[in-house]
Design a protein around this ligand. Structure first.
Ligand code: ADP
Ligand code: 5GP
Length: 185
């Protein structure tokens, strides 16, 4: 059996990563494993423990982190986020494509610890469009939106560190580019 691969998708909050990746999972449910991260942030309406994230307390997260359970982890907008290592290593050994949707610091850690990973950056058409998507989504407070836009500036400035950049303007075009980057490049 051939070895699978690790794909990292990064981009500012509100750019459309979740939307794109959900479509990808709907199209290829058997080929792709979407890694479920752990976070110390509170669940949003509709989010479930073990589906969108493992919602752990800070103490629980730190204990697992210190025991080496994460492939990467980072603090983002006041909360900790991390990728549990075990499920990923197992799935790659079984030949699956494993997708991580993580922020910039985590993507940099993966570049060091897993250099064969393909790293894809999703960029907004503009900062104005990004802000309007964050507001339209109505999931974050004003304070969170401001923090997220601040991070976005730093993240977009680092796009050139990635193997591929996809601008999520028209959703279908962005989907085609993502599929090409994942399966054909
Ligand atoms: P992220 O996962 O990157 O934080 P989301 O997938 O939650 O972003 O998308 C943020 C908002 O933008 C959602 O309301 C989503 O429906 C919308 N959106 C995503 N992609 C597009 C697009 N190409 N054009 C217009 N709106 C989009
Ligand atoms: P949100 O709170 O909007 O779900 O996620 C905030 C940010 O954390 C997003 O940029 C998302 O990609 C990132 N993120 C989610 N899970 C992880 C993870 O396991 N590790 C890292 N480093 N970032 C993550």
């Amino acid at each position: 059996m051939s070895e699978g691969k690790l794909i990292v998708v990064t981009g500012p909050s509100g750019v459309g990563k979740g939307t794109l990746l959900q479509k990808l999972l709907d199209r290829y449910p058997d080929r792709i494993l979407f890694s479920i991260s752990a976070t110390t942030r509170s669940p949003r309406a509709g989010e479930e423990h073990g589906r969108e994230y493992f919602f752990w307390s800070r103490a629980e997260f730190e204990q697992k982190r210190d025991a080496g359970a994460f492939l990467e982890w980072a603090e983002y907008a006041g909360n900790l986020y991390g990728t549990p290592r075990q499920a990923i290593v197992e799935a790659i050994a079984l030949g699956q494509i494993v997708l991580l949707e993580i922020e910039l610091e985590g993507a940099r850690q993966v570049a060091q610890s897993f250099p064969s990973a393909k790293r894809i950056f999703i960029a907004p058409p503009s900062m104005e469009v990004l802000e309007s998507r964050l507001r339209q989504r109505s999931t974050d407070s004003d304070e969170q939106i401001i923090k997220r836009l601040h991070h976005a500036e730093l993240e977009v400035a680092a796009a050139n560190e990635f193997d591929v950049t996809i601008v999520n303007d028209n959703l279908e075009i962005a989907m085609q580019q993502l599929e090409k980057a994942m399966f054909h490049d």
